[in-house]
Design a protein around this ligand. Structure first.
Ligand code: DP6
Length: 325
């Protein structure tokens, strides 16, 4: 009863920002992402009859506290679904997502865990079913089941049965690249989970976010299908700005940006003014991800590395979906 799976992280071009049901992790809007080849998690799960509790390590370090509880609760769900509640698991994850890069390792982490655990316990699932169960570990992980571009359809049912990700375009559809700019003063003090909850509950701007998210999604899908970089980038950047605008209206207000974040945003806009198509997007942290095309890689990388406070620039291509090792 042992399996190993590998999953890549993803960057949302249309953000998931807000839940309508917190325990089932059901979102208030559909989202869309690009899976990235540069960042991945490999997880081995073994269910054993002789274990009294679940055991979990990341990069060979024993995990406890909140992170352990999230994994244990997710394994409980898998045990219940499989009808094998008397088995505990030995879980070992190797994370190739540099924490400093500001990518949510929960996306690749829960996608790899879900794939390995369901296979190890003997639950045969389609990609869609795997994506749906992965959702209850972490929302953004639903999209990491697939390579290339994926859409997490919010669904309508109260039980979440129609809330899962579907593929939009395969890994080889379009060679679009992402540079992650790692900033020196990167501290994340409001988690994405807490930040979206506070925003939904208190921000008067949240209605505006909800009103525009579906339109952004339809538009960006057209941009992706026709490989229209200008259109895709414009929508992604604008959608990111709308998401971040909601946090300023929350009570208490907060922002994930630092002065360095704004420096990178302005550098990207200045590149565009000089005729180099590049667009930014930002998740629940200060680091900036920059979308660009392969022919501009050298210029984009050099320009970003020259920004004071840019500790590192990590380049990524479109990545693959979950695989078993
Ligand atoms: C800003 O997936 O980390 O990165 O479902 O509570 O685990 P939970 O949240 P999480 O939120 C990600 C938010 C985001 C946007 C996105 O990835 O779509």
């Amino acid at each position: 009863m042992k399996a190993t799976a590998k999953a890549h992280t993803n960057i949302a071009l249309i953000k998931y920002w807000g839940k309508r049901n917190e325990s089932l992790i059901l979102p208030t809007n559909s989202s869309l992402s690009l899976t990235l080849d540069g960042f991945h998690t490999t997880t081995m799960v073994e269910f054993r009859e002789d274990l009294p509790v679940d055991h979990f390590t990341i990069n060979d370090e024993v995990v406890s506290g909140e992170s352990y509880s999230r994994v244990r609760e997710f394994l409980d769900l898998i045990r219940q679904t499989a009808g094998k509640t008397d088995l505990y698991a030995d879980v070992h994850s190797i994370n190739n997502v540099p924490t400093a890069a500001g990518f949510a390792s929960s996306a690749s982490g829960f996608a790899a865990l879900a794939a390995a655990a369901t296979k190890a316990i003997g639950l045969p699932l389609s990609d869609q079913e795997l994506s749906r169960i992965t959702r209850q570990g972490s929302g953004s992980a639903t999209r990491s089941i697939y390579g290339g571009f994926a859409e997490w359809q919010m669904g309508e049912h109260l039980d979440g049965s129609d809330s899962y990700a579907v593929p939009v375009a395969a890994q080889d559809h379009w060679d679009i690249r992402v540079a992650a700019v790692v900033l020196s003063d990167a501290v994340k003090n409001v988690s994405s989970r807490e930040g979206m909850k506070r925003t939904v509950e208190t921000s008067p701007f949240y209605d505006g976010w909800l009103r525009s998210a579906a339109g952004d999604l339809e538009q960006i899908k057209e941009g992706i299908m026709t490989r229209d970089f200008e259109k895709t980038g414009q929508i992604a950047e604008a959608n990111c700005l709308k998401m971040h605008a909601t946090t300023l209206g929350a009570s208490p207000p907060f922002t994930y940006w630092t002065d360095r974040t704004v420096d990178v945003m302005q550098t990207v806009q200045a590149m565009r003014a000089k005729g180099i198509p590049a667009f930014f997007t930002i998740d629940a942290g200060p680091n900036v991800k920059v979308l660009y095309l392969p022919e501009n890689e050298k210029t984009v990388e050099k320009t970003l590395r020259d920004i004071p406070g840019a500790e590192d620039v990590i380049l990524s291509k479109s990545g693959q979906g979950v695989s078993f090792l």
